[in-house]
Ligand binder design. Structure first.
Ligand code: ARG
Ligand code: GLU
Length: 719
């Protein structure tokens, strides 16, 4: 049995770009997967997951704050998401006296729940296929430019008409690179309040050191609540609002995540590119990512050096470090994964098979030269992509340049500008100044500036360098001497000088501002980009998008011939998706095997009071020592913390519910294993695993650690 399955799998993967057990499926079309899901062990139906007529699980999943996923777990609109998704709001409500990031926060009653101005939770109400309406007027003769125009106009018309008839937000999204279009109706909740968060040494345990890595011990969750107007409608914040009564909320399973069990993840994956030609994957993984990894690695080294020396600097640069480090580490994983997996060769084999297939029928004329055409366009695109990457990973990493950029509008003020407008600009600039200096450490910035400018000069050809760089080469004895001058002459390194300048600002001072060397440097590199890089990049990018649309259509036809009974899933595009797979460990390389779960023992093994990422609080240690786990303990007696499974997830799936065969909540997705980060480009079920925090650990922290058991009492617990 095993052997036939394996052979089948190899054959299938050779013929199409889609392998078994991968895919992020459109919930509306989940009927197509129901049989397979049930064969894998699912006890519920596709209709239980997504229904437009009856309440279903989709009524309990939201796009949280524009970038993550959240799920409703009580009749009173209680919502779970990751700690790293709620992070900004926890920080927003923190002060030195009430440091919720460090100590955690728990509302002990609804009155104590904290409003979050500007937050959103978006719930899908329904979606419809509008492909025909969007492509109305497109014929075989339509050129690409005409097509783009037609699609744009049809989209606008359709959206406006739908909005006029509905209270919901309407969005139209392209799927399969413009081969299909769906219109989506959303309810947008805006009164969402912070209810609870563990201290960072639980919610972010392991920090950036453990990021993207298994085994993992992060209690990555936070708790919110959706409020609505007294008549039950989504509304702006108001004191009179009441907790939302959802159509559905997830029951929570205390049965645990067991090896081999069926699971599915329901959420908002942001972006994947699984159907690119080999040349595109090669460019991404072998040309662009290495540049970003190298530059970010050097910047992070500089951060680390200063952060280790000074605890204040460590905190100041924590978030910047996390931000740069997240991509840096992921891309290293992608590069390595694609190499180990021989990903480029596999893509090349596919491209070749595809082209041979195209030659077999007269109907397939559009696909004959696609692969070689891709080769040409991507070759032309490469220097422009590199130019963009160098700009963003070098010059734009110099903090005083991007800070100075916030004063651009002020530098353009004239005598004609109304005073009101000037006052507004000054107020904004003052706010930006406060934010900037709170986390600014000049020695880091100077060192980064010298390093990145040297890299920019060394690695970009002369005609792809902004004038500033050529001036440095021609007029300065060294990059360092330019950097010294920049940091001496600019006013943007001194909070006092900037504030004094703002206090005395008049239109007549705009010229002086425009001459500040930091603002001039920023404008110089950006002007170069806008004139010499961006237009051509857009043109080539559009050309590639048109070709990719045709390539995708071809792959869909090709796939349908090889696999008549399984659809091809569309790339992630920030729409609601279902993915499914089994819980289980894996073997990333020879002699190494990972178990599928971690426990509190692992936290104690990692504990180190001197390393910020591995600090354990006394309270958690006490609970560990007394083994006071209550009903949240596993049947093996230990406290399980996190687990892995074979679900095809990506960024945006953070906070997504991971559910068992009965649709009960097992945990919250928060990451992927490092070996499998290539899954946005090429998915390999043997090494691509998603990481979730065990819901029993979440409840243990809420109940036993924080004493907020009243929240658990709201939930529906299945023992
Ligand atoms: N790697 C995870 C995700 O993109 C988690 C990121 C937050 N955690 C962290 N330690 N930086 O995106
Ligand atoms: N941590 C990611 C997020 O913030 C999810 C992990 C992934 O990329 O798979 O969405």
């Amino acid at each position: 049995m095993k052997k036939t399955l394996l052979t089948l799998f190899i054959v299938a993967s050779l013929f199409t770009n889609v392998r078994a057990n991968e895919g992020m499926w459109i919930p509306m079309l989940l009927q197509n997967n129901e049989k397979e899901m049930q064969e894998m062990g699912m006890n519920i139906t596709a209709e239980d997951i997504y229904s437009i007529n009856n309440s279903s699980m989709k009524d309990a999943v939201v796009l949280f704050d524009g970038g993550c996923t959240g799920e409703i777990v009580s009749e009173k609109g209680l919502l779970l998401t990751n700690h790293h998704c709620g992070f900004d709001w926890i920080q927003y409500h923190s002060t030195v006296e009430r440091d919720y990031l460090t100590n955690g926060f728990w509302a002990m009653s609804q009155e104590e729940e904290l409003p979050c101005p500007g937050i959103s939770a978006v719930m899908l109400k329904s979606m419809v296929d509008v492909t025909e309406k969007i492509l109305e007027g497109v014929t075989r003769e339509t050129t690409n430019d005409e097509r783009a125009e037609i699609v744009k106009n049809n989209m606008k018309k359709l959206k406006e008409a739908a909005e006029a008839e509905s209270d919901y937000q309407v969005v139209i999204r392209s799927f399969y690179n413009g081969n299909k279009y769906y219109m989506i109706y959303n309810e947008v909740f805006k009164d969402v309040r912070l209810v609870g968060a563990p201290p960072s040494n639980i919610g972010k345990f392991g920090g950036d050191t453990d990021n993207w890595v298994w085994p993992r011990h992060t209690g990555d969750f936070s708790v919110f609540r959706i409020y609505v107007s007294p008549d039950g409608k989504a509304a702006d914040y108001s004191e009179d609002n009441v907790p939302y009564k959802p159509n559905y909320h997830f029951p929570i399973s205390l049965k645990g995540a067991n090896e081999g069990d069926f699971t599915f993840v329901f959420g908002y994956p942001a972006r994947t590119n699984e159907y690119l030609p080999a040349i595109a994957v090669h460019q991404e993984a072998n040309v662009i990512y290495p540049v970003s990894v190298n530059l970010r690695g050097k910047i992070l080294d500089i951060y680390n050096k200063h952060q280790e020396k000074d605890p204040k600097v460590r905190i100041q640069y924590a978030s910047k470090h996390a931000h740069l480090g997240n991509g840096w580490k992921k891309w290293m994983g992608v590069i390595e994964g694609i190499n180990n997996f021989k990903g480029i060769q596999k893509k090349k084999d596919f491209d070749k098979n595809f082209t041979e297939w195209a030659y077999k029928s007269r109907q397939r004329g559009a696909y004959l030269n696609l692969i070689s055409d891709f080769g040409n366009v991507y070759a032309e695109y490469e220097p422009y992509r590199l130019a963009t990457t160098y700009l963003s990973e070098t010059a734009l990493q110099i903090e005083i340049l991007t800070f100075a950029a916030e004063f651009s509008a002020l530098a353009q003020v004239t005598k004609e500008t109304p005073q009101e407008e000037i006052d507004k600009l000054i107020a904004d600039a003052k706010e930006a100044t406060k934010v900037f200096f709170k986390d600014y450490y000049q020695p880091i910035d100077e060192e980064v500036a010298a390093m990145v400018l040297q890299e920019y000069i060394d690695n970009q050809p002369k005609d792809f360098r902004p004038e500033l760089l050529n001036t440095i080469v021609e007029k300065y004895p060294s990059v360092q001497s330019y950097v010294d001058e920049l940091f001496t002459k600019t006013m943007f390194t001194s909070e006092e000088n900037v504030n004094d300048f703002l206090d005395e600002f008049k239109a007549s001072k705009a010229k002086k501002l425009a001459k500040d060397p930091a603002l001039m440097a920023y404008n110089n590199v950006m002007d170069f980009y806008m004139e010499n890089v961006r237009p051509k990049s857009i043109e080539l990018n559009n050309q590639i998008a048109d070709m990719q649309r045709v390539f995708m259509r071809g792959q869909m036809e090709y796939h349908a011939e090889q696999n008549p009974d399984k659809m091809m899933y569309p790339d992630a595009n920030f729409t609601l998706r279902v993915t499914y797979g089994r819980i289980g460990g894996f073997s990333p390389k020879d002699a190494v095997t990972y178990k599928h779960f971690t426990t509190l023992d692992g936290i104690m093994q990692k504990e180190n009071p001197n390393i910020y990422d591995y600090v354990v609080t006394d309270r958690l240690r006490e609970l560990y020592e007394s083994k006071d786990y209550g009903r949240y303990a596993d049947k093996d007696g230990s406290m399980h913390v996190a687990f892995i499974a074979g679900n095809h997830t990506t960024g945006g799936n953070s906070g997504s519910p991971i559910l068992n065969a009965d649709g009960h909540l097992l945990g919250l997705n928060f990451d992927r294993t490092w070996e499998g980060t290539m899954s946005d480009l090429i998915y390999d079920p043997s090494i691509c695993k998603n990481i979730s925090v065990d819901i029993r650990y979440v409840l243990f922290i809420i109940d036993k650690y924080a004493g907020a058991g009243h929240l658990v009492n709201e939930m529906t617990i299945v023992e």
